[in-house]
Design a protein around this ligand. Sequence first.
Ligand code: KG4
Ligand code: ZN
Length: 353
Amino acid sequence: MILLAIETTCDETGAAVLEGPTFPDAGPLAVPRILSSVVSSQIGLHQRFGGVVPEIASRAHVRQVVPMIDEALKQAGLGLKDVGAIAVATRPGLVGALVVGLTAAKALALALDVPLVAVDHLEGHLYACQLAHPDRQVYPCVGLVVSGGHSSLYACNGPVDCELLGGTIDDAAGEAFDKVASLLGLGYPGGPEIERAAKAGNPKAFAFPRSFLRDPRLAFSFSGLKTAVLYALRGQNEERGAVEPSPELTADLAASFQEAVVDVLVAKTLQALDRTGLARLGVGGGVAANGRFREKLGAAMAKKGIETFIPPLALCTDNAAMAGVALLKLAAGQTADLDVDVTAGLVRPAQRA
Ligand code: KG4
Ligand code: ZN
């Protein structure tokens, strides 16, 4: 089975070709092989706005979706005639962006007369852990997705059986990195910039808030932290009679902010593991690239004996290969009709189609 997968949930236009194992004989660890995976990033288009502009994202997807599909097929050495099914992420994401990928997927499924499979982008992010570790059992696991759009914890019985435990009530972790970077006059995307600046800083220089740390709810909040950085920056600038932070102050603010985000992500993940009794952890999303996060999460998980899976960067950030989770849905007969629509927000199990 050759699967063509399409990703347009936010600001990356992705296409991938995967070869599925033969179901149902392939067993629980039957992991598809990625034949190709290409991504056209829109970072350059959104950079000057300091965040993703939905209309610009949609238009860029319209321009890029067909070239990406062509490129993915070319790199896999295959043509449209070889495609046996089409997968597309239909939720959650920016509505205008999602619609572009879904429309392309519907058109191809109709023209090629092959099944269409709608996938959840966040289940895809977590399935990337299994794609990256085809020989190891990732599920059941706690799933943590930390990206520009999401900070969510899941209890995953299997790749397409993930229950939302909780998420952010305001900004996503990556969004907080982007906004704080912008406050500090650093570039976009903010995560790598903050991480770089933080290397020279003291993570204890400012005692920034760690929301929900001692709260039993599995929730995140990063907007108060962002405001705390803003006030600290203003206060320090006033004290120094300056309008711009010194490199030392920028480094200390970046390091203290990063430490606060990392502490909360690690603590809440530990809480989710305790609550569910699960012994494995899968992580997805761009924030998982953060070195300090990896270091502290790795140490905390090693201490608890939790087997932790973090895919390589290309599978952590948005990509179409992770929609390979569709092959499991296909094997279970969970295909979509051509009138399937997109969903902007997180979907709880009871609402799932
Ligand atoms: O998963 P992703 O590529 O796209 C979505 O948002 O879906 O994640 C992008 C986010 C951005 O907010 C970016 O600032 C953040 O991931 N990010 C990082 C790092 N690299 C990327 N955050 C912290 N540290 C990093 N090294
Ligand atoms: Zn994503």
